[in-house]
Design a protein around this ligand. Structure first.
Ligand code: 16G
Ligand code: ZN
Length: 535
C-alpha cells in the first residue's frame, strides 16, 4: 500500500520529466537542477528504506558542491557518517531512472529483496546547500521520506560534512558529539582552543613565524554563513578576513576548485604578499591554501601539502609517545610526485594510491591505525582506529610516563577531537592546519619549504564518448583504446621526471589530463601532447 501511495504521489507531484539516464556517480546524482525533482523524491523514499535496513538514522544531502549554481545534486549518507554503500548506488540509479508507473513495483522489489520490515521505524536527516533550487528539491526528498513513514529532521542550510557529522553523532548516542550545529561547533572549537592553550603553556604566546590571521574565500557558498558563526567562537585565537561570503554567484570565479585548477587567486579577494589564504568549495568539504610571494607569484598549498603537514606532525607525536601504530597516507594519481616522495622518503610513511573519489580513499584509510587521506583537490581527513584511541588514552593517563610522553598523548587526543572523521571538512581541516602551523611555529612559506612541488598541468578534453577510455588501475593506466598507453609511455619517457595520465571524469562529460615534469613548460607541453593523442 505504501508503495502504491508513493507511486501515486510521484505521478501527481514529482513526475519524471527528464528522459535521459542519470547515474549515482562519484558523489551522488548531479545534473541541472530542473532535472532532479523526481530523483529527490525517490531518494527520500530510498533513504527511508535504507534507514530500516540499517536500523539507524541516515542522511540526505542536497548539493552539487563546486558545480555552477544552476546545477544541483543529492547524496545519501550511511549511519556512521560514511558515504552510501556501493551496492546501494546501483539500487539508487535504477530507482532514479524508472518511469513513473514502474515505481511501486520497483519499491516492492527492493523491500522484498532487502527483507525490509516496514513496521520498523525509519529516521532521516536532511541538509542542503545555499543554491536557490535546494529548498524545493529538499522538500521533494522530505515528501518521499514522509510517504514511507520516516521520522524526518531537516537541518536546513548546513555544510555537507556537518550533515555527515549529525548522522554519525546521533547514531553514536552522542558519544561522537551532540548532533546539533552548536554541538558541532563546540566539538571542533573546544579542541582547537585546548590545543592552542597547551602549546602556549609550553612555548609562550609567540609561536615562531606563525601569525594568527588568515584570509578566507568562501566561494559564495554555505561556508560563508557557517564559518562566520564559527569564527566568532575563536576570534581571540584566529583572525579571519572573509571574502565571497554569499553576496555573489556561487562558485563563480572563486572557491577551492577554481583556485586549484587555474592555479590563481580567486576574484574579489584583497590580499597582501605572504598573507595566508584559504578557499572553501561550495558545500565546504574541500579546502586549499595559497599565498602570493614577494614577486607576486601565486603559490598553492593543496591537499597533498595538507596530507604531508598532518602526516609529519602526527608522526612526530607518535615518536614522542613511543607507541607503535601503523600510520599511512592515501593519495590518488593526482598527487604531486614530489609529495609522495617526501612522505615516503623523508617522513618514512607508506603511501597507498587508490582510484579518485572520496569513498575509495576513505575505505583504504580505514586499514591504518592513523590513516591520512587527501585528494590533491583538497578533500580529505584523518581516520583513527579504536586501537589508536585506546593507546593514546592509556598513555595520557599513565602516571609512569614522563610529562613529554603524556603531553604528546594529550595532544593526539585533542587533535582527534578536532577532526571530522566522517568525511573531508573544510572547517575542521582549516583548524587542523592552523593548529599544526602554530605548534610548529611555521609561516606559510616555512610550510611550503618542506619540499618543492613538481610543476604540473591539468587539462580537460571533450570527446564524443569519454567512456571509450578504460582505466585499469589507480595509477590510471589504460587498456583501451588499444595501443594508446604505449603511445603515452613513449611520450612521457621524453620528459625529465615526466608522469602523465588520462581518465574519464565522473562528474563532467570530459576526459581529464594530468601531466607533471621538472619544469612548468615541460609539464604544459606533456599535457598538451597527451591531450592531442586523446582527441
Ligand atoms: C567528486 C568527488 C571527489 C573527486 C571528484 C573527481 C566526493 C565527495 N567527491 O567531486 O572526491 O575528486 O569527484 O571529479 O567523492 P572528476 O571525476 O570529475 O575528476
Ligand atoms: Zn564539495
Amino acid at each position: 500500500a505504501l508503495a502504491l501511495a508513493a507511486e501515486r504521489k510521484g505521478k501527481d507531484d514529482h513526475p519524471r520529466t527528464y528522459g535521459k539516464e542519470i547515474d549515482y556517480g562519484t558523489a551522488g546524482f548531479r545534473s541541472k537542477a530542473e532535472h532532479l525533482d523526481h530523483i529527490l523524491y525517490r531518494m527520500g523514499i530510498l533513504a527511508a528504506l535504507r534507514s530500516r535496513v540499517k536500523g539507524a538514522t541516515v542522511g540526505v544531502m542536497i548539493t552539487a558542491s563546486h558545480n555552477p549554481v544552476a546545477d544541483n545534486g543529492v547524496k545519501l549518507i550511511d549511519p556512521q557518517g560514511e558515504m552510501l554503500e556501493m551496492s546501494w548506488e546501483t539500487i539508487a540509479t535504477d530507482l532514479a531512472n524508472l518511469n513513473d508507473n514502474e515505481l511501486s513495483a520497483a519499491l516492492i522489489h527492493i523491500i522484498e529483496k532487502e527483507n525490509i520490515d516496514l513496521a520498523k521505524p525509519a529516521s532521516v536527516f536532511f541538509g542542503r546547500d545555499t543554491r536557490p533550487s535546494s529548498e524545493q528539491l529538499s522538500n521533494a526528498a522530505l515528501e518521499g521520506s514522509r510517504v514511507f513513514n520516516a521520522d524526518v529532521k531537516d537541518f536546513g542550510i548546513v555544510t555537507t560534512p556537518m550533515l555527515h557529522y549529525f548522522v554519525a553523532a546521533h547514531n553514536s548516542n552522542n558519544e561522537y558529539g551532540d548532533p546539533t550545529v552548536t554541538g558541532y561547533f563546540f566539538k571542533l572549537t573546544t579542541a582547537f582552543r585546548s590545543f592552542r592553550e597547551e602549546i602556549i603553556s609550553e612555548k609562550g604566546p609567540e609561536s615562531g613565524n606563525y601569525q594568527p590571521a588568515i584570509v578566507a574565500d568562501m566561494a559564495n557558498g554555505v561556508g560563508g554563513p557557517i564559518m562566520k558563526q564559527m569564527s566568532e567562537l575563536i576570534k581571540d585565537l584566529l583572525t579571519i578576513e572573509f571574502f565571497n561570503t554569499g553576496e555573489g554567484e556561487l562558485n563563480h570565479e572563486s572557491g577551492a576548485d577554481y583556485v586549484k585548477v587555474r592555479q590563481t587567486l580567486p576574484k574579489r579577494v584583497r590580499i597582501k604578499s605572504k598573507d595566508r589564504c584559504v578557499s572553501f568549495d561550495g558545500d565546504a568539504d574541500r579546502i586549499v591554501y595559497y599565498y602570493q610571494d614577494q614577486s607576486v607569484k601565486f603559490r598553492l598549498l593543496d591537499g597533498d601539502r595538507i596530507a604531508s603537514l598532518v602526516a609529519g606532525y602526527l608522526r612526530s607525536l607518535l615518536d614522542i609517545m613511543g607507541i607503535e601504530l601503523n600510520i599511512g597516507v592515501v593519495q590518488t594519481a593526482y598527487a604531486n610526485g614530489a609529495s609522495t616522495k617526501y612522505i615516503t622518503e623523508v617522513l618514512q610513511i607508506p603511501v597507498a594510491c587508490v582510484y579518485t573519489g572520496v569513498k575509495h580513499l576513505h575505505h583504504k584509510a580505514q586499514e591504518f591505525d592513523i590513516g591520512i587521506y587527501f585528494e590533491a583537490n583538497g578533500h580529505g581527513t584523518v581516520l583513527f582506529s579504536k586501537k589508536a584511541k585506546v593507546l593514546a588514552k592509556a598513555a595520557r593517563e599513565d602516571k609512569r610516563l614522563n610529562g613529554g610522553k603524556r603531553g604528546a598523548a594529550r595532544k593526539m587526543l585533542t587533535f582527534i577531537d578536532m577532526v571530522n572523521e566522517t568525511t573531508g571538512d573544510s572547517i575542521s581541516d582549516l583548524l587542523i592546519v592552523e593548529t599544526i602551523l602554530h605548534a610548529r611555529g611555521w609561516s606559510v612559506e616555512d610550510w611550503e619549504n618542506s619540499y618543492a612541488d613538481l610543476p604540473n598541468r591539468l587539462l580537460k578534453v571533450t570527446v564524443k564518448d569519454r567512456n571509450v577510455i578504460k582505466v585499469i588501475d589507480p595509477e590510471c593506466h589504460i587498456s583501451e583504446p588499444e595501443g594508446l598507453q604505449e603511445d603515452f609511455d613513449r611520450l612521457i619517457s621524453m620528459f625529465t621526471q615526466g608522469r602523465a595520465f588520462v581518465r574519464p571524469s565522473g562528474t563532467e562529460d570530459v576526459v581529464r589530463v594530468y601531466a607533471e615534469a621538472n619544469t612548468q613548460s615541460s609539464a604544459d607541453k606533456l599535457a598538451v601532447h597527451i591531450a592531442k593523442l586523446v582527441h
